[in-house]
Ligand binder design. Sequence first.
Ligand code: PLP
Length: 389
Amino acid sequence: MIYLDNNATTRIDDDVFNAMLPFLREEYGNASSLQHKMGRTAHQAIEKSRQSIANLIGANPKEIFFTSGATEAINSVLRGVFARYQAIGKHIITTKTEHKAVLTTLEILEKQGAEISFLPIDQNGNINLDDLEKSVRADTILICLMHANNETGVVLPLEAIAEIANKNNVLFFSDTTQAIGKLSTNYETSGVDICCFSAHKLHGPKGIGGIYIRRKSRPIQIEPLITGGKQENGFRGGTYDTASIVGMGEAFETAVLKPSTKLAELRNYFEERIIDEIEDTAIHARQAIRLNNTSNIVFKHVKSAELMPKLTNIAMSSGSACVSGDRDPSHVLTAMGISAEDALCSIRFSLSKYTTKQELDIAIMEIKSAVAKIRSESPIWQLYKSNLL
Ligand code: PLP
């Protein structure tokens, strides 16, 4: 299997797996049971991981809170900020290209009285900063804009957004799930107030992630989503998943110490060959600043629902993994002004440090022949080539 679906999830690193094992077997103490040695061992391992994660994003460990992943983190932030600040204002600014974890949660908040403004998105998946500035109102409590898009890899200008948010005294939350560990951003100095992460996007285990909340002179108040014991200072109750937290710390440490250097080169090689060797293909947001590992490609008049089953040796995705069961065109691509037809003919390929040039060569060969076969049997393609469409 040639795995080109790393924005959906990644292979776990061997070092990560090995670091987790003792905490799944002999070191099973509850990290909150500080009265005995086994509990303290688990506690220390968790705090070491918190430090590794803080190092990756340039934060203080006290600013890191663990959750079950980015979806929970996003729910905690959006619901928690709205619960705490709605007396001051109910206005939230975002875009239609956010992950469904954001969009679905905001839909629910809208039913509870939140007013959501969606900024326009250009063909390159970007926002206009003037639009952002103009959309801030006296009752705006939150700007919610992701750092890197999971479907296109487009990177939004975090620092410039943060500047507008800070100037207007509005909180800025960025879904940084796809960006952390792939970009070398220092989130502490970027000016973002709150961001989130997920271990499985970075060769760590699934089901673990967290939130960074900047410690400001005036503390940011977020109502807890999951109440229970005093874990995470009462912000997130529930027994710690020590093994997963240790795995996440190890994965984040590896990302700092051994950053992947060949990804951009491999991705560009892949894109250039696809464009050169398969007619009527295009890379979405090719001119934008993008993650090094992501290519979203339209194969004109070849529906991804038809192409993907033919590529049985390649793992890839149409839309994001969370919505790829849907038959609807990607909400991200359509928000960028791409036609529903082109969106339905688009596929996301996402590489990782484990991807090799040989794998890409095989993938390109298979994609080329599958596209050619589908087109040769397609009356629509014949009409299009005869300028009759
Ligand atoms: N946000 C973005 C941008 C993502 O790509 C994902 C994963 O698909 C999520 C949030 C949700 O992450 P998790 O799987 O940790 O809940």
